[in-house]
Structures are given as structure tokens and as C-alpha cells.
Design a protein around this ligand. Structure first.
Ligand code: ATP
Ligand code: ZN
Length: 219
């Protein structure tokens, strides 16, 4: 029988991939980059890294396919708009910081959320935006886009957008300015709803302690 192994779901490539790898290495785990791109083994612990798209991480962890996962709070909040996210989050990781903001063309005299009343807003975050609009008593049409949200106003697809912003350079390049803050995000460590198999409890506890130590020293 094969020994059970813990799984940590991480982004395969992208903005969180390097820092996730550093956190894992920082916790003393030696990653073996194997031929299987989906699953990398940890040499010195009964742990595997499940390397997937960030959008798949909330589901994999919630379903217990992986015991732990590293994902942006924005992705988690969009995926589970009605869940108690705090019960899933083990810790905030202090990297991958970004903000989800409303942005409008430069020539718009944006006076606050009410300006959006009756307008069309393009976003990849329809659930988060929908909640925010509701909280502000605004009724607007949400146009869901998977990517290139920043071109929507120029293409006359929408009057405004709601997108992730870090430096604002992308907005500027598209003749737009950021306005209201909708959500602040950073990478978070999340856990499955059920405890790991008893044989893995020790490894699991050790791992959480080490992650905590790494975050405390780098954060
Ligand atoms: P995947 O191929 O895994 O689906 P992706 O293109 O959806 O990747 P990335 O652009 O790699 O995602 O971003 C991953 C996460 O990094 C975001 O969900 C967010 O939490 C964080 N992030 C940090 N800064 C930024 C930024 N400036 N723009 C977008 N995301 C950012
Ligand atoms: Zn993604």
C-alpha cells in the first residue's frame, strides 16, 4: 500500500507561483520537479504539490482534493460569495497584494458609487462586484469578461470596469482612472473542511507551524 501524502494546491504559473514556492521552500520542503507537471513531490516529507490554475484552487481545497491551498483572497471571495471565508483561511500570507477597484474613463466626473446607477460595468468578478453594488444601493448591469476588462469602455461594451489594480499603469495606458475600492486582497493559505488523515496529522501541524514562522519572519 502506498503511504498517504498531504496535498498543497498551488498556482502552477503566474503572479503567485514564485512566492508560493518560496514559502514552501522556506518551510524546509525540498521540491522535486518531476516529469508530472501537475504533481511535484516533496522529497523530505509525505507531501505533494498540486500545481493548477489559481481559479481551481478554492474548489480543490473545499472538496478535500488538497488539504491546503495558496490562493488570492479575491479568487476565494469570488468563488464562494456565500461562505464563511474566515473558517477556510488559515493565515494571510503577506504577498500577492492587490486591490479590486472601480475604474472609469479619465474624462468622467465620478462622484461616487451612485454614478454607476443604470450603467454597464465590465468585470471578471461579478459576485464581488454584485455584492458591493448592493451594499451601496446601486443597480447596474454587470458584464462578465474573462480578460482584457480594461478595453471594455473603449470598445463601448461598458461605461466602467471593476478590475485588479496594483500600480495603475494598465489603467493609465487605457485612458482610465481608478476610483472606489471594492476589495483589498493578498494571498491566503486555505484549508479543507475536514481534518487530514490521522497518519498525516503530525506533518500537517508541523507544516502550519513552519508556514506561520516563515510568514512572521518575512512579513
Ligand atoms: P491562472 O493561469 O493561474 O488562472 P491568472 O492569470 O488568473 O492565472 P495571475 O495574473 O497570475 O492570475 O494572478 C494571480 C493572483 O495574483 C491574482 O488573483 C491576485 O490575487 C494576485 N495579484 C497580485 N497583483 C496583481 C495584479 N497587479 N494584477 C492581477 N493580479 C494580481
Ligand atoms: Zn486565474
Amino acid at each position: 500500500m502506498t503511504e498517504p501524502r498531504l496535498r498543497i494546491a498551488v498556482q502552477k504559473s503566474g503572479r503567485l507561483a514564485d512566492r508560493s514556492g518560496e514559502l514552501i521552500s522556506g518551510a524546509g520542503l525540498r521540491i522535486i520537479k518531476g516529469a508530472n507537471e501537475l504533481l511535484y513531490r516533496i522529497e523530505n516529507q509525505p507531501i505533494d504539490l498540486l500545481r493548477v490554475r489559481d481559479d481551481d484552487i478554492p474548489t480543490f481545497v473545499a472538496d478535500g482534493v488538497a488539504e491546503l491551498g495558496i490562493v488570492g483572497y479575491n479568487v476565494l471571495a469570488e468563488h464562494f460569495p456565500d461562505r464563511d471565508l474566515e473558517s477556510m483561511i488559515v493565515q494571510r500570507l503577506g504577498f500577492g497584494s492587490c486591490t479590486l477597484k472601480v475604474a472609469v474613463p479619465n474624462d468622467v466626473d465620478y462622484t461616487g458609487p451612485q454614478w454607476l446607477e443604470g450603467k454597464r460595468i465590465a468585470t471578471s468578478y461579478p459576485n464581488i462586484l454584485g455584492k458591493w453594488l448592493k451594499d451601496h444601493g446601486v443597480t447596474a448591469e454587470i458584464v462578465e469578461m474573462r480578460g482584457a476588462v480594461e478595453v471594455a469602455p473603449r470598445m463601448k461594451i461598458a461605461h466602467a470596469i471593476c478590475d485588479l489594480v496594483s500600480t495603475g499603469a494598465t489603467l493609465e495606458a487605457n485612458g482610465m482612472k481608478a476610483t472606489d475600492l471594492v476589495l483589498k486582497s493578498e494571498a491566503v493559505l486555505i484549508k479543507a473542511p475536514h481534518a487530514p488523515a490521522p497518519e498525516l496529522a503530525h506533518t500537517y501541524d508541523m507544516l502550519l507551524r513552519r508556514f506561520d514562522g516563515v510568514t512572521a519572519s518575512t512579513g
